[in-house]
Design a binder for this molecule. Sequence first.
Ligand SMILES: Nc1ncnc2c1ncn2[C@@H]1O[C@H](COP(=O)(O)OP(=O)(O)OP(=O)(O)O)[C@@H](O)[C@H]1O
Ligand SMILES: [Mg+2]
Length: 451
Amino acid sequence: MRNKANILIIDDEEAIRDSFSQVLKREGYGAKAAKDGKEGLKFFKQDFFHVVLLDLKLPGPDGMEILRRIKEENPETPVIIVTGFATIESAVEAMKLGAFDYLAKPCSPQELRFIVKKALDSRKVFFENIYLREELRKKTEFDMVIGKSKAMEKVLDIVRRVSPSESTVLITGESGTGKELLAREIHNHSPRKNAPFVVVDCGALVETLFESELFGHVKGSFTGAYETKHGRFEVANGGTLFLDEISNIGLNIQAKLLRVIQEREVTRIGSTKPIKVDVRILAATSENLADLVRKEKFREDLFYRLSVVPVHLPLLRERKEDIPFLVDHFLQKYNKRARKSINSVSPAVKKALMDYDWPGNIRELENTIERAVVLSKGDEIGLEDLVYHGISASAPLFHSVGKKYKPLDEIEMEYIKTVLQAQHGNKSKAAKILGIDRKTLLTKVKKYTIQ
Ligand SMILES: Nc1ncnc2c1ncn2[C@@H]1O[C@H](COP(=O)(O)OP(=O)(O)OP(=O)(O)O)[C@@H](O)[C@H]1O
Ligand SMILES: [Mg+2]
């Protein structure tokens, strides 16, 4: 795959187009040539190119203009300027616009090969940097587990005690309750903290691919195995492997996983040579694993191996005392990202956040605050910034919009909608809250054609 990079040449001189194409194709690259800027942009939009070789002096839109357009569309694509009149000024201007480097015509095949290779390497570094920045961001921002409630204090107490050990931990909890964050926390407070923390999403891949993802494979072991691949167990060596949504793995892989955990060695698909691995396992699930064991969808022996220390994360609505602290935490986090300084939420917002029952748990709260920070125009979050149906729909209900007041019918409809949504569509519960009987509610739902 490495040599299959695709290069776009934009030059009005046929001789240059031909010689460049030849040199690049001989190197094993793909090359496509455009005779002017218009055609170049057309190709650039149609196809994917790793590097662009661009002549500055072109008929129609000139090189500078093309460079600008390419950088707008794909800022990570290195553009090498090729020009016959290599004046310093145009070079400097092109570099300011984000050109990668400069090649003066006439140039030798070696020069061309060298500069293209350099550009391709720079792409790699660019993406590696994104990855590193992302990791760094996670390290600095995700570091904090907020939990002042009794329920969370219990959880954090277990975490403190279990982190330094080698024990396998099974983290359970509904979506958005913080399972991954907790797993990172355990890793970060373990003696393995300077080694990798590797996440495997067990629900993401079909079984065969998943097996190779976990254990690796050797070249040619199945169709599509072009190169030998290290499995996640090998990547996590010395560190922690986090098996997320563990309930999703099939019985076949469960058996293999169990063996790896017991023997502490993996065998790549297509190989017979076992490789020693030293990995601590953390697992998470939003399902009831014990239930799956009863239904024979999950191996009992693996279940016991994984749940040496079980940790359960409570729903957010079961620990509402944490909400104000979480709100503060997320305000700071998203202020920083949005370069804003919103320090507080209005009392009405505070109440709305406490009253809501957060089916999406902390992730939903985090998203709500993120959106509010982005939307907010002042230095305090107001109800109008909570564009979340469950919370805010009821709030502006009684306000006039402009100078116009809403008719009663409309308010009734909106209010019924809000309550129904908050009760996840449960009509009996909604009717009870609204103080009407179920039948009346059904009539009104029909009248207003509420979904
Ligand atoms: N106690 C907490 N303190 C601060 N932030 C938290 C806390 N719990 C969760 N978060 C944040 O909420 C978001 C969701 O958490 P996380 O991804 O760990 O949940 P999850 O249980 O793995 O969810 P899912 O099942 O949807 O994958 C993350 O951005 C996380 O940083
Ligand atoms: Mg998760």
